[in-house]
Design a protein around this ligand. Structure first.
Ligand SMILES: Cc1cc2nc3c(=O)[nH]c(=O)nc-3n(C[C@H](O)[C@H](O)[C@H](O)COP(=O)(O)OP(=O)(O)OC[C@H]3O[C@@H](n4cnc5c(N)ncnc54)[C@H](O)[C@@H]3O)c2cc1C
Ligand code: SF4
Length: 453
């Protein structure tokens, strides 16, 4: 039975409603559906879908393998480029990547369902615990990977395949990074993130040390003295401040913390949510927080974004998903002041905004939305102590085309680097490519020196 209580409370829904609301958004295709979906592919030469994939998976090949009844071979094709292909199949915004580029994506036709086909093949291989990779002969080299998110895991796996020993250090309780603590619950059900971590680790040669934080429990110099190379996959641990009066009132919460708590909850019934929720921001985090607040039983959920619809980082698909779940999205509104009663959120006053000569300005008009819960999703920031002399720009780590930082023997990838796209699949691509670069550098360093007469 639901509750009509106002304020931020847990248990607004019945157990059955929680189960229904947080079930799989796009359940796996069955065999027949996969064969029908794969049959729509033209197996293009020079396939544009493949170019649009940050990990360059051979999409026509893996779809052909499904269509010929070989899902295991298909999974092998996917994992060769992207060992986290299972998670990417669930979370990639395919509508702006491979499926947008698909030649079948026309006014009359839908694109080939590349994401769902990828999930079909990888789910079968993981379910049957099919192992595709063996480690090369041990090289005797050891690499520290700091951060067990998609970038760190992809880097560690590729290094382990090459025969190196890897130690992953991560600040949190569990490995997986935002796959475990950030991705919306309905995109990754049944502890899939942990199952995928186990699958990645089953290659051997990778040790994970949790609750180990760079800058608190060890330094970069410690790592450089213990290991032959270091990879930084630190993600974005900080959040931007609202800089609006009342920000510290009870009921104002970071959207990433709200989502992390939700992801760690077994039943969801223990996660408190307001009756009227305002989410500030225009990206994927804002949409995920808003949709999940609604699914937790909030009555009214409004996303306020300071620019127009076309400027939102959340894709069209995400925006439609929010609308379909009853979330209202309002544009050209920027927070001015959190209104409080007895120290608790009672509403939010917002400035109307507009573009003037390309600059965002407030128009002088304001409006108020009643709310008891305000979720801030206004962007994350890179936070890391103890990076020594590593060059940063715009608050992120500068790397070259191979992921090498300005410091010798230190590479980086994923959200923490400048130019990252803040997508799971891009983090995987950067981690994998940095591993190849580390492997080349270590191999070059062990080449015998040839004396020149
Ligand atoms: C709410 C939310 C929803 C998202 N949804 C999607 C989505 O649907 N699809 C999509 O493609 N992308 C999504 N993203 C983006 C995606 O999750 C990230 O781009 C991706 O996780 C980046 O991977 P990463 O390995 O660089 O960093 P992370 O996943 O953030 O992992 C970084 C790891 O480093 C660890 N760490 C941090 N600092 C330290 C330290 N000092 N010492 C030791 N360890 C440390 C952290 O504990 C963490 O495990 C979402 C992001 C958020 C915030
Ligand atoms: S672009 Fe579309 S039709 Fe062509 S190979 Fe890729 S998925 Fe198949």
């Amino acid at each position: 039975m639901g509750t009509t209580e106002t304020g931020i409370v847990s248990g607004r829904l019945s157990p059955a409603e929680y189960d229904r609301n947080f079930s799989d958004l796009h359940p796996s295709l069955d065999e027949h559906e996969a064969l029908v979906a794969s049959d729509r592919c033209y197996f293009c030469y020079d396939a544009p879908c493949m170019t649009a994939c940050p990990t360059s998976i051979d999409i026509p090949l893996f779809i052909r393998q499904i269509s010929t009844g070989n899902p295991i071979g298909s999974a092998n094709t996917i994992f060769d480029q992207n060992i986290l292909g299972g998670m990417c199949a669930r979370v990639c915004p395919t509508e702006t990547l491979c499926e947008q580029a698909c030649v079948r994506n026309t006014a009359e036709h839908r694109p080939v369902e590349i994401g769902r086909l990828q999930r079909y093949a990888t789910d079968i291989a993981m379910r049957d615990n099919v192992q595709f990779y063996e480690r090369a002969e041990p090289t005797g080299k050891s690499i520290a990977v700091i951060g067990a998110g998609p970038a760190g895991l992809a880097c560690a796996h590729r290094l382990a395949v090459k025969g190196h020993d890897v130690v992953i250090y991560d600040a949190r309780e569990k490995a997986g990074g935002l796959n475990e603590y950030g991705i919306a619950t309905y995109k990754t059900v049944d502890s899939f993130a942990q199952k995928e971590v186990d699958y990645v680790l089953s290659i051997g040669g990778i040790e994970i040390r949790n609750r180990q934080m760079l800058g608190r429990d060890f330094s970069l110099n410690d790592m450089l003295s213990k290991h032959d190379a270091v990879f930084l996959g630190l993600g974005l641990a900080g959040v931007n401040a609202l800089r609006a009066e009342g920000e510290t009132a009870a009921g104002v919460e970071d959207a990433v913390d709200f989502i992390a708590a939700l992801r760690q909850s077994e039943t969801k019934s223990d996660i408190p949510v307001g009756r009227r929720v305002v989410v500030l921001g225009g990206g994927m985090t804002a949409v995920d927080a808003a949709v999940q607040a609604k699914l937790l039983g909030a009555e009214e959920v409004t996303i306020c974004y300071r620019r127009g619809k076309d400027n939102m980082n959340a894709s069209e698909f995400e925006q439609d998903l929010a609308a379909s779940k009853g979330v209202t999205i309002r544009h050209w509104l920027q927070p001015k002041r959190i209104l409080t009663r007895d120290g608790k959120v009672a509403g939010i006053e917002l400035d109307y905004t507009a573009l003037e000569d390309g600059r965002l300005v407030t128009t002088g008009e304001t409006g108020v939305i009643t709310a008891d819960h305000v979720l801030k999703a206004i962007g994350q920031t890179f936070e890391a102590d103890d990076l020594g002399a590593i060059a940063l720009q715009c608050g992120r780590i500068v790397v070259d085309a191979e992921g090498h930082t300005s410091l010798e023997r230190v590479w980086a990838g994923g959200d923490c680097v400048l130019g990252g796209e803040d997508l799971t699949v891009s983090a995987v691509a950067m981690g994998r490519d940095a591993a190849e670069s580390i492997n080349r550098a270590l191999a070059a360093a062990t080449q015998p020196v040839v004396a020149v007469a």
